[in-house]
Design a protein around this ligand. Structure first.
Ligand SMILES: Cc1ncc(COP(=O)(O)O)c(C=O)c1O
Length: 349
């Protein structure tokens, strides 16, 4: 029999609420506040985001990443437009057609590229493939940062992709469900990685980094945010008790907890990668730039790891590969116990 596990590698969504978010939530719970976002917590959280990005951006808090992506893409598109994204992009494979639904039919077009990143010539290929009236007009480039396979676009890569997009008349939307992990990995200014590089709208995620619920849609160009509040309301994304979405952000942003947690999660992924690289029969699939490790583990050992109580997914994001996610609360002993169990199993096979 093996001990009941308290922490897993299945998803960074499995982790609980971090202390900084929890404390802010408790403070926000004292007394009554104005509803629908006209409260001091939401004001403060939005101002902290403006400080982080060194820009007077427009900020909207919504319940989850799917709505952040779908509503922001819908706001950049007419129904006859198309959105270019990587073939593994969350907006394509994990949002149940919500971007198409909320945009009243804009089409998602898929681009190829190694390691979960869009390859530069793919953008021109998609835009120039057809220019006739019968083809959905390319309008937005969607970049996931960090990517679905845990890699991170470098600053130069973001600049280059966004530069091409601008030249071709496309807007740039960034799915930043793990933006914190990308910033922690690159150690660059958030402004450099977004608007200064040509990103128009960022879906800034915090759920995977320690808050309970709630992502921020950040428009760097205020004009693009026109009537976005109505879109949120119509889409069921205007929280009546908004302060409970926004207050945790104040706890995360006011003294850098968001980057500390992301840095720790990234470091745990590096530790896990180093452990897994000692197994000749385990293959690491992609560069480990953030908090995800993708690996090919011998199927018998993978099955027995599940029997030992470890939860992780195999073949969900990519075929045959196990995705091991580290979270803000993953500890070195969790990683070491996982590696030790795998060693025991592979040595007896
Ligand atoms: C890359 C990416 N974007 C967005 C999301 C947000 O999705 P959700 O609607 O589940 O919050 C996720 C969550 O897994 C994700 O991995």
């Amino acid at each position: 029999m093996h001990a009941e596990r308290t922490r897993h590698f299945a998803s960074d969504n499995y982790a609980g609420i971090c202390p900084e978010a929890w404390t802010a939530l408790t403070e926000a719970n004292a007394g009554h506040e104005v509803s629908y976002g006209d409260d001091p917590w939401t004001q403060k959280a939005a101002n902290l985001i403006r400080e982080v990005f060194e820009r007077d951006c427009e900020v909207f808090f919504v319940f989850n990443g799917t709505s952040a992506n779908s509503l922001s893409l819908a706001s950049l598109c007419q129904s006859y437009h198309s959105v270019l994204c990587h073939e593994l992009a969350h907006v394509e494979v994990a949002e149940c057609g919500a971007p198409e639904f909320f945009s009243n039919g804009a089409k998602v077009l898929l681009l190829a590229g190694a390691n979960g990143k869009i390859s530069t010539p793919e953008i021109e290929r998609a835009v120039h493939k057809r220019t006739d009236i019968h083809y959905p007009k390319p309008r937005v480039l969607c970049l996931t940062q960090a990517t679905e396979v845990g890699t991170v676009y470098s600053l130069d890569e973001v600049r280059s992709l966004a530069g091409i997009a601008q030249r071709l008349g496309l807007r740039v939307q960034m799915d930043g469900a793990r933006f914190a992990n990308a910033v922690a990995s690159l150690q660059v200014a958030p402004a450099d990685l977004t608007w200064r590089a040509g990103v128009d709208v960022l879906c800034f995620g915090m759920t995977k980094n320690g808050v309970a619920v709630g992502e921020a849609v950040v428009f760097f160009d205020r004009e693009l945010a026109r009537e976005f509040d109505y879109r949120c309301k119509q889409g069921g994304q205007l929280a009546s008790k908004m302060r409970f979405l926004s207050a945790p952000w104040t706890g995360m942003l006011k003294d850098g907890a968001w980057l500390r947690h992301a840095t720790r999660a990234n470091a745990m992924a590096k530790r896990l990668e180093a452990g897994l690289r000692t197994f000749p029969r385990v293959k690491i699939s992609y560069p480990v730039d953030s908090n995800a490790v993708f690996a090919k583990i011998p199927p018998a050992a993978e099955k027995q790891m599940h029997e030992r109580g470890w939860k992780f997914y195999t073949g969900v994001v990519t075929p045959d590969e196990s995705r091991l996610m580290c979270s803000w609360d993953t500890r070195p002993e969790d990683v070491d116990a996982f590696v030790a169990d795998l060693r025991e199993l592979t040595e007896t096979q």
